[in-house]
Design a protein around this ligand. Structure first.
Ligand code: NAP
Length: 211
């Protein structure tokens, strides 16, 4: 039985919280591999500034290099148009023919699942692992999920990941302010960020500014 993990996120930048989450879920659910899929054009952030896909992809490639169970796909980055998870999972099924797919992402993103493209069909074709940060109020998630049919609610499992105390937005802020990011992400990722001067500009203040 082939079980595939698909790790979806903007990864701007990828950090140890993501890596620990993916490795923990891989082990817990006995996944054969986890494929990281940096979002191309996130559907819910059409006006938000995110780093160039080539950088986010390069950072994820560096981050997963030492784990034989991890892979990276540029499928969303290469696909034109908005990056709908439904299309991604369909494509993953076609490419890898797994028996089961586990889509792993942040619980904050899963909170909005009722607004996602073809979400009911999406939940029929994959399970969701919603990674939460320490202190994350699960009530919001379970309350929101109550609107879903029970057989679909069962397809979403929240998992607490203490390492997700690390966040991409905090890392971007630290770089901008010249504070250290060492030990928050792999050294190769840190070196890439610093050598390309990523996250230095005012444009990366936070996620609330428009292009
Ligand atoms: P996001 O707003 O960047 O992230 C939401 C929260 O989840 C943040 O706190 C983030 O922390 C965390 N997070 C993101 N990815 C994670 C991961 N793989 N593991 C653990 N925590 C994670 O959301 P996003 O990254 O753009 O979206 C998440 C995924 O959902 C993407 O694959 C996106 O394409 C998909 N999505 C699909 C639709 C749709 O199909 N209509 C709509 C929305 C989202 P960090 O900032 O520290 O990463």
């Amino acid at each position: 039985m082939m079980k595939l993990g698909v790790m979806g996120g903007t990864f701007d930048p990828v950090h140890y919280g993501h890596l620990v989450a993916a490795e923990g879920v891989r082990y817990e659910y006995r996944l054969d591999k986890v494929i990281f899929v940096p979002a191309g054009r996130p559907p819910h952030k059409p006006n938000y500034r995110i780093s160039d896909p080539e950088h986010r992809l390069a950072l994820v490639r560096l981050a997963v290099a030492s784990n034989p169970f991890f892979e990276v796909s540029d499928l969303e980055i290469e696909r034109p148009g908005l990056s709908y998870t439904y299309d991604t999972i369909r494509e993953m099924r076609r490419l890898h023919d797994p028996d089961e797919i586990y889509f792993i992402t942040g619980a904050d993103a899963v909170l909005e699942i009722l607004s996602w493209h073809r979400f009911e069909e999406l939940l029929e074709i994959c399970r969701f692992i919603a990674a939460t940060r320490p202190g994350y109020e699960l009530g919001g998630l379970t309350g929101r999920l109550r609107e879903l049919p029970a057989h679909l609610v069962e397809r979403i499992v929240p998992v607490e990941v203490p390492a997700l105390a690390i966040s991409s937005s905090d890392i971007r802020r630290r770089v901008r302010e010249g504070r250290p990011i060492k030990y928050l992400l792999p050294e190769s990722v840190e070196a890439y960020i610093l050598s390309r001067a990523l996250y230095k500009s005012e444009l990366h203040q936070d996620q609330s500014f428009c292009k």
